[in-house]
Ligand binder design. Structure first.
Ligand code: M6R
Length: 610
């Protein structure tokens, strides 16, 4: 949520252009409002308003702003409505201090009042403004910007990062206290940002930071300090091999469609990771633990549900799937030093997951295994070990290829564990692993090719539907929930994903003539799903089936049902492939409804708040 970018440059001609170009890469983090503060001849110029970066740039000509340093912010509203006054960056009491933050300040109400009571002019209802005032306050006391920034952190409670500067000082300062932050050193400028994609237009020379650290940026140097005692740290500059073009649409109308089409490649790349030597450590972590929890949110949680079925079937190992925010109240007292929390997060920054990571680390409650996509994220750095999803950048807010990669990781690890513990015999295990490593990329491509047009046509028939269900059974439980989440998220429809045998225990009463219910099934479970289909058919509901075409099903179904048919594939690949038509269906429906699926309203890709 929210993205900040700060740049200090030798060239005062293009600060606006650079900030807009770099910040645009953070659009997935927030698009409620945008602002740029640029400093020219020791005067701060601030332009900000509600809208996406392209809208606001067009209206306020952000790109034409001049200066040799500046800060930009893209906001996803939490504290304070998405209005111009709440847009960031903010000034301190006078237009001398300027700054912007990402994250949440939990003592917002008390601290805001304290500042007002001590004479601060607080203009907005946004917690980011308090960061600038905190620096302003300590500058009054110390007359030193470094000390003011360092001390300001002690007043601010929460998980956040901010960038701040002073009109008459050439440097920009930035702190990392629980939200992501990365810096870069280019030939003409230095940069700090919430995420790597916005550094790449400037440089590939990056510095990863840890919580409790602060930065000082000059035009040629980035210095890192420990906030606690102000000690300078020696942090190496690393060269990233990530290509800037990875964060571009590459000819597709939306990132979402591009990312769906990248899944055959993901299938190949993630297997490359799993076949590496580190896999032995991941397997041991799982084998040597007692209680095993699989903690994740949203799409990552749905993939975790699919994973739980794989672990049961292939390895005979129970995983306890838990929603990130639910874990502490539901399971925290059941952890001990032998437990394992498998923390699954695309961003590696989701606050609900960070809360679990911190609980385990601070109280020595067993081990953590991260499954993470963003390299350099907090989860990657802090988990005991991590499995990279190997997806490259996922820019579109709806998760597609990362969910897909997660399901492959679970299937692979479960098959390996099953082979080792004897739940599978060796040949059986080898066959499953061969299907995953050799055959899955081609089945994935066929599934995309075959269901694209079917999904597109089906979407047209659903544009007036406001309410539907998506049901799965066994392995397709998580798949159906994921399909429903996609439809809710990018089509603004109510689509509930649930277990198909539960439908008759209440929700079935919603079915009237033509009420749509999507059933996701595999040949293994269709004998059971047929019962559930019949229960809906008997009430004249509209049936949509996602899965392989099979005689058993056809014999029971009228010929006019909608079938999103995935290619025939080995049984255990089915749960991985079945999500593809649902991703495509939600994509086309979103586009037909005139929605930009990459940027659904009210959402942000990285949720670093509770
Ligand atoms: O980065 P994470 O995997 O921790 O994010 C978790 C959810 O916020 C995320 O999966 C969300 O549900 C997706 N955008 C839905 O498509």
């Amino acid at each position: 949520m929210c993205g900040i970018t700060g740049i200090v440059t030798k060239n005062s001609e293009n600060i606006g252009e650079l900030l807009v170009k770099c910040s645009r890469k953070l659009t997935y983090r927030g698009y409620d409002s945008v602002g740029v503060a640029a400093v020219l001849n020791n005067e701060v110029h601030l332009r900000k308003d509600v809208g996406t970066i392209d809208d606001v740039d067009k209206r306020l000509k952000l790109s034409s702003m001049l200066g040799d340093r500046g800060i930009a912010q893209l906001r996803w509203a939490t504290y304070g409505a998405p209005t111009k006054v709440n847009a960031q960056p903010h000034f301190g009491c006078k237009p001398v201090f300027y700054g912007a933050h990402n994250g949440n300040i939990h003592n917002y109400a008390e601290y805001r009042q304290e500042l007002i009571d001590t004479g601060h002019i607080v203009r907005s209802e946004n917690d980011g403004e308090l960061c600038v005032h905190a620096v302003d306050k300590y500058y009054e006391e110390t007359g030193d910007m470094f000390e003011a920034v360092r001390r300001s952190v002690s007043d601010l409670h929460g998980a956040f990062a901010f960038a701040v500067g002073r009109a008459d000082e050439r440097e920009i300062y930035s702190v990392k206290m629980g939200s992501s932050l990365v810096a870069g050193v280019g030939s003409n400028e230095t940069i700090v940002s919430s995420d790597l994609p916005s550094i790449l237009p400037v440089t590939k020379q990056v510095i990863y930071l840890k919580d409790g650290e602060m930065l000082r940026l000059t035009p040629s140097e980035v210095e890192v300090f420990r906030i606690e005692d102000g000690k300078k740290l020696n942090r190496p500059i690393e060269t990233t091999d990530i290509d800037e073009r990875a964060a571009e649409k590459g000819g597709y109308p939306h990132f979402m469609l591009k990312e769906i089409h990248e899944q055959p490649m993901v299938a190949q790349d993630v297997i490359g990771v799993l076949e590496g030597k580190e896999c032995e450590d991941w397997l041991k972590l799982i084998e040597e633990s007692s209680n095993k929890y699989l903690v994740a949110c949203g799409s990552s949680h749905n993939a975790g549900i699919v994973g739980t079925y794989y672990f049961n079937k292939l390895a005979g190992i129970p995983l306890i799937p838990a929603i990130g925010g639910q874990f502490l109240p539901m399971y925290s007292n059941t952890l001990d030093e032998d437990s394992l929390c498998i923390l699954v997060s695309q961003s590696g920054e989701t606050k609900d997951i960070m809360n679990v990571l911190n609980l385990v680390e601070e109280n020595n409650l067993g081990k953590t295994l991260g499954i993470v996509n963003v390299i350099g994220s907090t989860l990657m750095f802090n988990a005991d070990s991590y499995v990279p999803m190997a997806c490259g950048y996922e820019i579109s807010v709806p998760a597609t290829k990362t969910y897909f990669s997660q399901t492959i990781i679970f299937a692979y690890l479960a098959a390996k564990l099953g082979e080792r513990n004897g739940n599978l015999d060796r040949d059986e295990a080898r066959e499953i692993i061969t299907h995953l490593s050799k055959d899955l990329p081609k089945y994935t491509q066929t599934a995309i090719d075959r269901t694209d047009i079917l999904a597109k046509n089906l979407a047209r028939t659903l544009v007036d539907v406001k309410d539907l269900y998506c049901l799965g059974y066994g392995f397709t439980d998580g798949v159906a929930r994921e399909g429903a989440l996609k439809i809710k998220e990018i089509c603004y429809n109510h689509c509930e994903g649930m277990y198909s045998s539960e439908f008759k225990h209440g929700p079935l009463s919603i079915v009237t003539e033509d009420y749509p219910v999507i059933f996701v099934t595999t040949p293994e479970d269709s004998w059971m799903v047929i019962n559930h289909i019949n229960e809906v058919k008997a009430r004249h509901g509209r049936i949509i089936v996602v899965g392989e075409r099979e005689e058993k099903l056809e014999a029971y179904l009228a010929s006019n049902i909608d079938y999103l048919e995935v290619p025939k594939a080995p049984l255990l690949l089915n749960p991985i492939l079945d999500v593809i038509p649902l991703q495509l269906l939600s994509y086309y429906l979103s586009v037909d409804l005139g929605i930009n699926p990459d940027l659904p309203r009210n959402l942000s890709k990285t949720l670093t708040v509770d």
